[in-house]
Design a binder for this molecule. Structure first.
Ligand SMILES: [Zn+2]
Length: 185
């Protein structure tokens, strides 16, 4: 079993990315499954509770990065990344990977995927799985998974990076950034 990359995990920053989501009658909520009706929705006014981390995760799984992390990505010409500034915390950004997709091998990863919600069209839930297998044989730079995981009624993809970039990221010792192996199916 050979690792082809890593997915990035952020330390929890004790913050919520989406204010008003849980409110009664919120338009952000799917009427049927009660989940967020867009996997990419994000509130740039979020109250960031921990500002000592370079890479962190809100309760809903949105990734927040520091200026240092952003500068590293730009300095290393890493592409297809989106940094949305937080209006409430100078020097911090909502981090997303767009465009390049890693295809998750559901079977090899031993995931059980729930039926799609007939209204919003997102997976109801993904259960099980220990190691993450993808179908891509070789990676270069950042990728986003083609399936999305649910946390607190919010759906988020996972962000995967190749081995070479993993090494560069580890050398920088970013606070709050952890890595999990991704294998090729
Ligand atoms: Zn739904």
């Amino acid at each position: 079993m050979k690792a082809v990359g890593n997915y990035l995990k952020g330390q929890e920053n004790l913050s919520y990315a989406i204010s008003g989501f849980l409110d009664e009658g919120s338009r952000l909520k799917c009427d049927k499954c009660q989940s967020l009706n867009s996997p990419f929705y994000f509130d740039s006014h979020l109250n960031l509770k921990k500002k000592n981390l370079d890479f962190s995760s809100t309760y809903e799984g949105a990734n927040i990065v520091s200026e240092k992390f952003k500068r590293f990505c730009i300095g290393n010409n890493l592409e297809n990344l989106l940094f949305t500034p937080l209006e409430s915390a100078d020097g911090f950004y909502h981090f997303q990977v767009l465009g390049k997709t890693a295809e998750v091998d559901i079977e090899k990863s031993k995931f059980t995927v729930g039926a799609l919600c007939s209204i919003c069209g997102f997976n109801t839930e993904i259960f099980g799985g220990v190691e993450l297998f993808i179908r891509n044989k070789k990676l270069s730079g950042f990728y986003t998974t083609d399936i999305i995981w649910r946390t607190h009624f919010v759906f988020r993809p996972r962000f995967i990076v190749d081995l070479e970039t993993t090494k560069l990221l580890k050398d920088e010792k970013f606070k709050g950034l952890y890595f999990e192996n991704v294998y090729s199916a």
